[in-house]
Design a protein. Sequence first.
Length: 262
Amino acid sequence: MNNQITSSYTPILEVKALICQFGGLIAVNNVSFTVLQGEIFGLIGPNGAGKTTLFNTITGLIQPSSGKIFYQGEEISQLRPHEIAAKGIARTFQNIRLFGELSALENVIIACHLDIKSNFFQGVLGLPLARSQENKAKKKAWDLLELVGLSERAFEKAKNFPYGEQRRLEIARALALSPKMLLLDEPAAGMNPYEKHKLSEFIRELRARFDLTIIIIEHHVPLVMGLCDRIAVLNFGQLIALGEPAIVKNEPAVIEAYLGDE
């Protein structure tokens, strides 16, 4: 494996015989794989291969037609998105889902509120616990904006940020959930080569700083090959290759289905 991996070879996510079917379309077809704790795991394949559908199933937005998903040994296949997030799984989206009219700081604070233990009435009455939790959320949000390099724009509306900075803001919001596993859906989309290089360094930094397991969907093959410890390749909903980048990139089925087009 990539010598930067911190994995102890302990499974954190197990996908077993997963099928997602919509009418006559099978978007994910009998897919099985295991993600190890602490690794950066890539998920690649042509458009329509089923990558985002798989992400949506892991995070509870889609219920599988059959098969099971286990996170830290517990089945999560039938849980709702907020229940899965509470267990330590956070994600970003292929289509950015920020609150455009809110500031960068407010976008992150909203996610931080999931950790707040005070209730509605304590907040309305301004009781000490509520004030303490609110200050804690603001401090955490500010620290995360500093981490992603956006603290100087904390009070600007999210809709005014350029695309690459919106991506970073979305990552900050995902980190506000204090995840153990972070799913990134095409984080390098729209970035130039320099920005992609910096993103790779940033993702490695996130793994080390927060002891994260990271799963990444990405179309930019050089980024995935240089960043990920292992890669799974999907094509027409089926898993056609799984392993270390140096092995996967030479698989004939992968070259034919995806890498050959590069």
